[in-house]
Design a protein around this ligand. Structure first.
Ligand code: CDP
Ligand code: MG
Length: 132
């Protein structure tokens, strides 16, 4: 089924000039970039986006990471886009991510893993509203 999902290229991805490489990995799987922008989110927006993680031990590191610089927010559309994009990104921890995934190739750690993608239809709808 055709659906939409939200992707964020985290600050290190933008800083390391990886936007083009990352986008081409989605496009190669026949996914379509519907909207795209560079944003410099404040802490409120970051906390709202990651509200389910606020009590987690890694949350402060995650906040600091997201404040390092601009991020790239993207709406992607395609068949089974939510799962497809998560497959292309790879597992949260780059050490566990499958070969060829974005996190395997470019991720530095469980926190600094370069990309975010919505995990279900409800999250996608919620997150698209936050960033667009
Ligand atoms: O991004 P994903 O859905 O794969 O993972 P998550 O469990 O929803 O966690 C959200 C983000 O928090 C991750 O992408 C990491 O940047 C960070 N995180 C972390 O720093 N340490 C963990 N143990 C788990 C997540
Ligand atoms: Mg998640």
């Amino acid at each position: 089924m055709k659906e939409r999902t939200l992707v964020l290229i985290k600050p290190d991805g933008v800083k390391r000039r990886l936007i083009g490489k990352i986008l081409s990995m989605y496009e190669e799987k026949d996914l379509e970039i519907i909207q795209l922008k560079i944003v410099d989110p404040d802490l409120n927006l970051i906390d709202f986006h990651y509200k389910e993680h606020i009590t987690k031990p890694y949350f402060k590191d995650l906040e600091r990471y997201f404040l390092e610089g601009p991020i790239c927010s993207i709406i992607i559309e395609g068949e089974d886009a939510i799962q497809q994009v998560r497959n292309i990104n790879g597992k949260t921890d780059p050490k566990e991510a499958a070969m060829g995934t974005i996190r395997y190739m470019y991720g530095e750690s469980k926190t600094r893993n370069l990309v975010h993608a919505s995990d279900c239809k409800e999250s996608a709808e919620r997150e698209i509203k936050i960033w667009f």
